[in-house]
Design a protein around this ligand. Structure first.
Ligand code: 173
Length: 318
């Protein structure tokens, strides 16, 4: 059994009844424990457990060692877990609109004010049986990292590890795509199964990828989205006091995005020091890249979900 915890959890998960004084929610993250895109969720859990004593607690089951990342969205939907830290890219099979979240780079508080958040919430209610509790990392962009140098905006003949975040843009540039979870990136690079991979500007060092990475293609594009999702039946079953602890802490979590600019700057320096060289094809190619990334990203969402996709695009301002 590859994922013993996952198997043990399945079917056994029922949150304590709302009438109980204290409820304990079971949490999973879709990124490795202790790494860049799990860290703030782990701080969120600590804060909930401190502020929510006697009201609401979170039991942290862990990351991909317990559950495959691409299963996490469905595990929230079916109440195998109660609460999860997961990017929309990992559940586009259930909700194609989740692929649009990378195209919405407004701060979470702005999205909460202008109706964007409410629409995203509605889509999660309908398609994932989930409450969309928080949006993290709006100000962290992605890159394509490579082991082969290119001198024009063309990935023909190159194999790139992707998720739905990067698939359309890599294909639009002529590249071949291989979809994998983050846990398979190192081996795929080491064995030459891929010539490069998509990943945010931060987190490259977490799994040792600097050892197998030579170049970072400029420019940065899109906007990382990692959400905190709560199973809808669980959410409805909580008391107002329990929901308040979670909602207040979610806003605090979103506020941690103010740390990202400094983190990004440090990470770029660290990549340079590790010998990862930028490939900068100049301002015209950059502009073309960004325009293409935006166009193919929206076209792909709108093709799969015409009405909701168009509405998300209008809300995004992109
Ligand atoms: O590359 C990925 O696995 C991916 O899609 C992603 C999304 C958000 C944060 C980090 C990675």
């Amino acid at each position: 059994m590859r994922f013993p915890l996952f198997a043990a959890l399945a079917g056994s998960m029922i949150a304590t009844a709302a009438s109980a004084q204290e409820v304990t929610l079971r949490a999973v993250t879709s990124f490795a424990e202790g790494t860049q895109f799990s860290k703030n969720f782990e701080r969120f859990i600590q804060k909930v457990n401190a502020d929510g004593k006697g009201v609401v607690q979170i039991n942290y089951i862990g990351g991909p060692r317990a559950m495959p990342p691409f299963e996490v969205g469905n595990a929230v939907r079916t109440k195998v877990i109660d609460i999860a830290n997961v990017t929309g890219a990992f559940y586009t099979n259930l909700m194609p609109e989740a692929d649009a979240l990378k195209l919405i780079g407004k701060p979470a508080d702005a999205q909460r004010k202008d109706g964007t958040f409410a629409f995203i919430e509605q889509l999660h209610n309908q398609k994932l049986n989930a409450h969309y509790l928080a949006r993290q990392f709006h100000n962290v962009p992605f890159h394509i990292y490579m082991n082969k140098k290119i001198d024009k905006l063309d990935l023909t003949g190159l194999k790139i590890r992707v998720t739905p975040v990067y698939k359309d843009v890599v294909e639009a540039l002529g590249g071949t795509t291989v979809t994998t979870a983050p846990g398979e990136v190192y081996t795929a690079l080491e064995r030459g199964v891929v010539d490069g991979y998509g990943w945010p500007i931060t987190g490259v060092f977490d799994l040792g990828w600097e050892k197998v990475t030579k170049f970072r293609l400029e420019p940065a594009f899109y906007s990382v989205e990692v959400g905190v999702l709560v199973n809808m039946d669980v959410w409805k079953g909580l008391t107002d006091a329990q929901r308040k602890v979670l909602s207040d802490t979610a806003l605090w979590l979103e506020g941690l995005d103010s740390e990202n600019d400094a983190l990004i700057k440090a990470e770029r320096d660290k990549q340079t020091a590790a010998g990862i060289q930028p490939i900068d094809l100049g301002p015209a190619a950059s502009k073309e890249f960004l325009a293409k990334a935006n166009e193919v990203g929206w076209a792909s969402v709108i093709k799969r979900s015409p009405e909701n996709g168009a509405k998300l695009r209008q809300l995004s301002g992109n």
